[in-house]
Design a protein around this ligand. Structure first.
Ligand SMILES: Cc1ncc(COP(=O)(O)O)c(C=O)c1O
Length: 317
């Protein structure tokens, strides 16, 4: 990845929005993405549907296999498909999409491939050159542990001119005398448009340095090790269903469960109030689930508390 391919944003949503608005789709053009997309990934396209008549085509993520997801995407492709977008890792069940294979599929059809990486960078090692996507957005404040209001949008250098600049100002390029034509910066930073908080970016860089000192593979293996233990143990609890995919290549450091009698809010509140466990209620697409994230600062002892807390929840609720 080259520095000219990096644009600092305020969050993942801003990166997703730059792509959705900047690709300037026409009425009837189609975009494919998963039904479990976070609002930060789906709203920019729902907005394009309203503003430009873009057709949104959704597929439900398939927990069975990477190939099953590839097949679902392939089945939705038509001559009008202009964009495929997936969350690298879904915010609902923590499913890891086969992004390399999807990139090949998109490329073979001449379709733009954008990835919402809000839940991946900082959890797993991500090599954008190896993935081969056209654009990739992520947050600084989630798995990287950087400051709020930081994010990055990557746009592949050869595709820079395909994304129209929709927010524009002094930081986007040059125009010494009015009237005249703006000479856009020859880099993805043209989308930064105005003054940014350099202190926040320095904080993001420091957070990245800390993770690099620990080691990206170590962070991924440690978080996934705990998640695997949770998946195995929570599966054994009657009245609890684990929604996170079983195949190892389809999951990372998140584990999502449902309770047979308690919805997302009830289970979340119980774990928080009675066991001081801060999880995340998952309500997208009507999923009544709770997601447990295991990062580098969590411990195996905390995982035992989660297992005990969920077991207690099946008695109490
Ligand atoms: C997959 C996904 N996309 C986008 C977002 C929104 O991220 P941000 O708040 O950085 O815009 C989230 C937040 O949880 C997410 O999980």
């Amino acid at each position: 990845m080259k520095s000219a391919e990096v644009c600092f944003t305020r969050n993942a949503t801003e990166g997703n929005s730059v792509i959705a608005a900047g690709l300037m789709l026409q009425p009837g053009d189609e975009v494919i993405f998963e039904s479990h997309a976070h609002p930060g990934g789906s709203f920019p396209w729902a907005n394009q549907a309203t503003l430009r008549g873009v057709q949104v085509k959704l597929f439900d993520p398939d927990a069975a296999s990477p190939e099953a997801n590839l097949a679902r995407i392939r089945a939705l492709i038509t001559p009008r498909t202009k964009v495929i977008q997936v969350s690298h890792i879904t915010c609902t069940t923590g499913l890891v999409f086969p992004v390399r294979a999807i990139a090949d599929l998109a490329q073979a059809h001449g379709i733009w491939f954008h990835i919402d990486g809000a839940q991946s960078v900082g959890m797993i090692p991500v090599n954008l050159d190896a993935i081969g996507c056209d654009s990739y957005a992520f947050s600084g404040h989630k798995w990287i542990g950087g400051p709020h209001e930081t994010g990055v949008l990557y746009i592949r250098q050869s595709k820079l001119e395909s994304v129209a600049v929709t927010g524009i100002g002094a930081h986007a390029g040059e125009l010494t005398h009015l009237p005249g034509e703006i000479k856009l910066a020859p880099a993805a930073s043209r989308h930064e448009y105005g003054t940014r908080n350099a202190g926040l970016i320095a904080g993001l860089a420091e957070a990245i340095r800390l993770q690099e000192a620990i080691g990206r593979d170590r962070i991924a293996a440690y978080g996934k090790g705990m998640a695997t233990h949770l998946l195995e143990e929570l599966t054994k609890i009657p009245d609890v269903t684990v929604l996170t995919p079983r195949p190892a290549e389809m999951r990372g450091s998140m584990t999502t469960i449902t309770h047979a009698r308690a919805g997302a809010g009830k289970l979340f509140n119980y774990l928080w109030k009675e066991h001081s466990l801060r999880c995340r209620p998952v309500t997208e697409q009507g999923l009544q689930a709770v997601r447990i994230s295991t990062h580098v600062f969590n411990s195996p002892a905390e995982c035992e508390r989660v297992i005990a807390g969920v077991r207690a929840a099946t008695r109490a609720l």
